[in-house]
Design a protein around this ligand. Structure first.
Ligand code: HEC
Length: 154
């Protein structure tokens, strides 16, 4: 065999092998047990568009979320996102809900690499402002300026 073919063959083997790692196959959508009382239907609509894939149990799993190694990152985002804030489990305390407006204002949420692949989740400047105001109205707000207030969130 030519060296190039050997290299390609090894890549193929590794790629196929990666698919056998169970990590990327944990695509769960547990039941919705409690929803927030959204201050308006519009906020809910925007949050569903921009946040629900990672912060709810109603995740839309894209086709590439089945393909390692991308699947590992997608699953990590969803598991970590849900553990920080889950809009589908408002029967449980959600201690980061009042940081939601701030995360959007800072531009840290939604995550950038998610937006790259999810143009529908990109919000216009106006929609972003609407979402921030709505999140504040729904969950209140916690700005990190008072040091005692940060709660060691991270
Ligand atoms: C692609 C998945 C994804 C999307 C979409 C997403 N988040 Fe997150 N979010 C995460 C992850 C992962 C974390 C935890 C790690 C971190 O803070 O970066 C997180 C953390 C948070 C936190 C906890 C604060 C913190 O950083 O400790 C808040 C609040 C939050 N997100 C709000 C939102 C809001 C509001 C939206 C929609 C505008 C959103 N997120 C969209 C994945 C996502």
């Amino acid at each position: 065999m030519k060296p190039l073919r050997i290299v390609l063959f090894v890549f193929l083997l590794v790629f196929v092998g990666l698919q056998l790692v169970p990590r990327g196959r944990n695509h769960t959508n547990p039941p919705v047990t409690g929803s927030p009382e959204w201050s308006s239907p519009r906020v809910e609509e925007l949050a569903r568009r921009a946040c629900f894939d990672c912060h709810s149990n109603e995740t839309k799993w894209p086709w590439y979320s089945n393909i390692a190694p991308i699947s590992w990152r997608v699953v990590e985002h969803v598991e970590h996102g849900r553990s920080e804030l889950n809009f589908s489990e408002f029967d449980k305390p959600q201690r980061h809900a009042d940081e939601a407006a701030r995360e959007v204002r800072k531009g840290s949420m939604p995550l950038n690499d998610y937006l790259l692949l999810h143009p529908e989740a990109r919000l216009s400047e106006e929609e972003t402002q609407e979402l921030i105001a709505g999140l504040e109205a729904t969950f209140g707000t916690r700005e990190p300026r008072e040091p005692s207030d940060d709660g060691g969130g991270r």
